[in-house]
Write a protein that binds this ligand. Structure first.
Ligand SMILES: C[S@@+](CC[C@H](N)C(=O)[O-])C[C@H]1O[C@@H](n2cnc3c(N)ncnc32)[C@H](O)[C@@H]1O
Length: 331
């Protein structure tokens, strides 16, 4: 082999990428990051606290060192700053639940070659079913993924100083936007439209943030529920547009514009790709998740959002980074 020939290491690492999901999901399932955060530092100590085998604990710790989420120093293991910030349980931005959820999803990848061939989900694999129980597991686990966008919204919309505003969150899921925004502004009120079992979860989670008295819910399908006219200062449509097609997004944006007071803002957060579909990395991969799970969903381009929001009557459309998502504010 000459020096100009590529080495197989990178491709090998990618082919074995499912082990990243495996080791992180298994470690999160046994709260390994939390035990390390609380002072466990050896395989024996992690095994005792997590009530797992010492051989298993050693395997997880080796794997976590390999994926660079744990470091070994002077014979003791500890979380990297990244793992401490995002994988320890109980922190608002903790992705531990998301890691467990993603491990459960790996089995469905076996269908991907056939899904790609036929251009959509296998029978029964789609999520566009009214009141799909699929959401009950997903919604609490993905709440942390929306924290950066909700935090960015506080700043971008000046929520803390906005006074007695009213907020509508369509498909609000865990109610994470309401939790963060009602905390930031004690005079604000929020309404969430979602399926009844999801709203029950949201009411519990929002109450845990101490702002449940200003949070109400509407049960129903957002395709058919009237959003009202001129009622809200802010409307939110977060991680929904990727499950809908162009016509549906334009139709919902049009009704949301009507529901806003003059000067009100629509916030759309989603995995958005560049116009030439060359980046960013995660939204490009997420398009395959939509192929696997939805009939017509996808990751849409910035220009799609701009076009749809303009067709819906919005005049000022701006894009804001909220990794791993992008937040669009339309007025
Ligand atoms: C991916 S989650 C997003 C949750 C939340 N907006 C966030 O960003 O964290 C999608 C949410 O939309 C809700 N949903 C999906 N289709 C719906 C529909 N047709 N009517 C009402 N809610 C719907 C689901 O129940 C779920 O709570």
């Amino acid at each position: 082999m000459t020096n100009n020939q590529p080495a197989p290491d990178g491709v090998m690492r990618l082919i074995n990428g499912y082990w990243n999901t495996g080791v992180i999901g298994a470690a999160a399932t046994h709260a390994v990051f939390t035990h390390l955060d609380n002072g466990a530092g050896t395989a024996a100590e992690v095994a005792a606290r997590a009530q797992i085998s010492e051989r298993g604990a050693q395997g997880l710790l080796d794997g976590l060192v390999s994926v660079e989420l744990v470091v070994l120093q002077d014979g003791r293991y500890r979380n990297t700053p990244e793992a401490a910030a995002f994988l320890v349980e109980g922190k608002p931005a903790s992705l531990a639940g998301f890691a467990k959820l993603k491990l459960q999803h790996t089995g469905s990848l076996i269908d991907l070659p056939e899904v790609v061939r036929i251009g959509g989900p296998l029978a029964g694999g789609e999520t566009e079913v009214a009141d799909n129980p699929h959401w009950e597991g997903i919604v609490p686990a993905i709440a942390a993924v929306s924290v950066p966008a909700a935090d960015a919204g506080v700043e971008a919309l000046g929520i803390a100083d906005a006074g007695e505003i009213s907020i509508l969150d369509v498909g609000g899921g865990s109610g994470i936007y309401s939790s963060i925004w009602l905390k930031a502004n004690p005079a604000a009120r929020a309404v969430q439209l979602d399926w009844e079992p999801i709203n029950a979860i949201a009411r519990r989670l929002v109450a845990e943030h101490g702002v449940g008295d200003r949070f109400t819910t509407l049960n129903g399908d957002f395709h058919t529920t009237d959003f009202g006219t001129g009622e809200y200062d802010i409307a939110v449509y977060s991680h929904i547009a990727h499950q809908e097609n162009a016509e549906s997004n334009i139709e919902v944006f049009t009704r949301l514009r009507k529901a806003l007071k003059p000067g009100g803002a629509l916030v759309v957060a989603d995995y958005i790709v560049d116009d030439d579909r060359s980046a960013p990395a995660f939204p490009l991969l997420f398009a395959l998740e939509m192929l696997l799970k939805s009939q017509e969903g996808g990751t849409w381009r910035r220009s799609d959002y701009h076009d749809w929001l303009t067709k819906a009557g919005f005049e000022d459309v701006s894009f804001h980074a909220a990794p791993p998502a992008t937040m669009v504010i339309a007025r």
